[in-house]
Ligand binder design. Structure first.
Ligand code: MRU
Length: 336
């Protein structure tokens, strides 16, 4: 299976990201409960993949509730799908793509379950095309901004094919640049506490044959200070109208360090990640994750009983620290 998330008859099929890198396996989800649970425990994750999950979830709900004639017209059924849609959309609060995907599929509900399914399935193909174009635009910009060849790139979290239906965003830029022979290596932040960098990005870079080194998130500023980084590439979960960016916790610290060392800092995302209704990043809801993600490592307690925890899954990087936000339509925001 090349797609991270797909539709199979009446089921949503996902690559189980909790099992990687030990095992590459798929899960077949046939109920809304299963899909919401998979979203919450990050078995499917990454903003573009969450958009697809939301849309396919509405399709699944519309099919589960459709009447004998194949329509979902009855008020009870419509209300049931709307309730499922809200559960899906609120399963994680920060990535705007999730609610965007849900609402786009839901808009087709008056035309019946097959129309919802067709819309959701079309969004899968679209996701790959859009992210390929956004990362192509960003790759061109990187080549214009950075003179050194080959390039030494630094990235955070996982923004590859595992974070989307296929291809990816910031890691999609690495794919374009690597294919053109422009990548010396990628420094991949391990991405505490859930290790999307070491579990997923390292796995993808190995799959692509891109030379890489893992580093603790806290080593990234030192790597910049010692001249090991030409450019930083990250994705986004939500971009506000003014260019403020919500992304995986640690992104803000990276942007501060990059600015300190005059290293270009690029954000790559599809338009569906841009929330023009929010004037700035202060309005973005940042997901708080369970304390156990910090108090335990691989199931073993590493903090005293009763330790209080601050565990936001995301942070806000102000637009002034971002060199450019790049989408499939081009450069959305450039630091002035
Ligand atoms: O908590 P996650 O793993 O869903 O967080 C993912 C990120 O922060 C990614 O950088 C973002 O969604 C962009 S993915 C192309």
């Amino acid at each position: 299976m090349s797609r991270t998330i797909d539709w199979d008859g009446d089921a949503v099929v996902i690559v189980d990201q909790c099992a990687l890198p030990e095992s590459y396996r798929t899960l077949r989800l046939t109920t809304i409960d299963e899909l919401v649970d998979a979203i919450k425990r990050l078995a499917v994750r990454g903003a573009p993949a969450l958009g697809a999950a939301g849309a396919l979830g509405v399709a699944m709900s519309a099919r589960l509730h459709r009447g004998p004639g194949g329509t979902t017209g009855a008020t009870d059924a419509t209300n049931a799908v709307a309730a499922d849609a809200e559960r899906l959309a609120s399963a994680r609060p920060t990535a705007v793509n999730l609610r965007w995907g849900v609402e786009r599929a839901l808009a087709a509900l008056p035309r019946g379950a097959d129309a919802v399914t067709a819309e959701a399935v079309a969004m899968l193909t679209e996701d790959e095309l859009v992210n390929k174009q956004a990362s192509r635009n960003a790759a061109d910009l990187v080549l214009r901004h950075c003179s050194r060849r080959p390039l030494r790139l630094l990235t955070h979290c996982n923004t590859g094919r595992l974070a989307a239906v296929d291809w990816g965003t910031a890691l999609g830029v690495v794919r374009h640049l690597h294919a053109a022979g422009h990548v010396e290596y990628v420094l991949a932040d391990e991405t505490r506490p859930l290790l999307q960098g070491s579990r997923l990005t390292a796995w993808e870079l190995a799959e692509l044959g891109v030379p890489y080194r893992l580093l603790p998130d806290s080593a990234a500023p030192a790597a910049m200070a010692t001249g090991l980084v030409d450019c930083v590439l990250v994705g986004a979960d939500r971009v506000a109208a003014n260019g403020d960016v919500a992304n995986k916790i640690g992104t803000y610290a990276l942007a501060v360090a990059a600015a300190r060392h005059h290293i270009p800092f690029f954000v790559v995302a599809p338009e569906s990640t841009v929330d023009r209704e929010l004037p700035d990043g202060s309005h973005i809801v940042l997901e708080q994750r369970p304390a156990e993600e910090i108090t335990h490592v691989a199931g073993t307690r590493v903090a005293p009983q009763g330790a209080q925890v601050f565990n936001p899954a995301f942070d806000i990087t102000p637009a002034e620290l971002v060199t450019a936000v790049v989408t499939e339509h081009g450069v959305l925001h450039v630091r002035s």
